[in-house]
Ligand binder design. Sequence first.
Ligand code: S0N
Length: 272
Amino acid sequence: MSIFWEKVCDYEDIIYEKAQGIAKITINRPEVRNAFRPKTVTELIDAFARVRDDAEVGVVIFTGQGEQAFCSGGDQRVRGQGGYVGDDKIPRLNVLDLQRQIRLLPKVVIAAVAGYAIGGGHVLHLVCDLTIAADNAVFGQTGPRVGSFDAGYGTGLMARTIGMKRAKEIWFLCRQYSAQEAYDMGLVNKVVPLAQLQQEAIDWAQEILAKSPMAIRFLKASFNVDTDGLAGLQQMAGDATMMYYMTEEAHEGKNAFLEKRNPDFSKFPRLP
Ligand code: S0N
């Protein structure tokens, strides 16, 4: 079934569209293999915040414009002292905020990777919940070659995803890996011919959308809770609080306060 994407708002470096409960967020800087500058990341953070608030959206497809790259990491042309520098002249590593935002988003994020997912671009696919790779995809880190590293999710989450030895190999040697090699390591969920990439991501999104949103929400939080420590626990605990707010038992507490009476919780069961 064809899907007709509707643009949600205007950005310079990214495209944000949605259709049928799916948001599609595309890094749109193909001339630099979709490298991100601070503005790109600011726009991505804004789009993902809109996704969080949009009750119609259950799944995000995160991708790059064109066939040559998902993302090639930080834009080396604007790398200054202390981070990447935008028009405001402030050096930033704001991609780290974006990584956490994707982890904490209570909706599934699918990376659809064609071409290079390299450096900080590789970490971006890693923090997504699922990755569908085109058969032309190439994965790798470049940090120790270009004088940088991402020692947060870039190393820790990678080791949890594919094992410590392979993660160290990827970072210490800075080699590039084919889509099939990435699949064999458990770094991606599926490899498809390039022409099928977008449709495959849509198919996966639609399958997820047919499932219980609350169950998916709790599952995502539970997969991240130990890795993310108290921040992960906060997300999961917030989900539980949200659910509790939906119960009659919680309403009794609020109503009793507003009606200036003692709450009567006696009718609510203490389950085993
Ligand atoms: C992606 C590669 C392998 C593609 O090679 P290919 O196909 O041969 O194309 P090229 O001719 O090399 O590139 C085409 C044009 O695109 C430009 N370009 C490509 N990548 C970038 C980039 N990252 N920044 C700026 N420009 C880029 C090329 O220059 C070329 O332009 P023209 O046509 O004008 O010559 C290959 O391009 C490649 O290896 N790219 C560099 C990959 C890389 O090293 N990326 C940076 C890695 N580091 C990070 O991402 C840091 C992440 C980060 O922000 C961070 C996060 C946490 C903590 C720390 C950091 C930190 O910054 O340290």
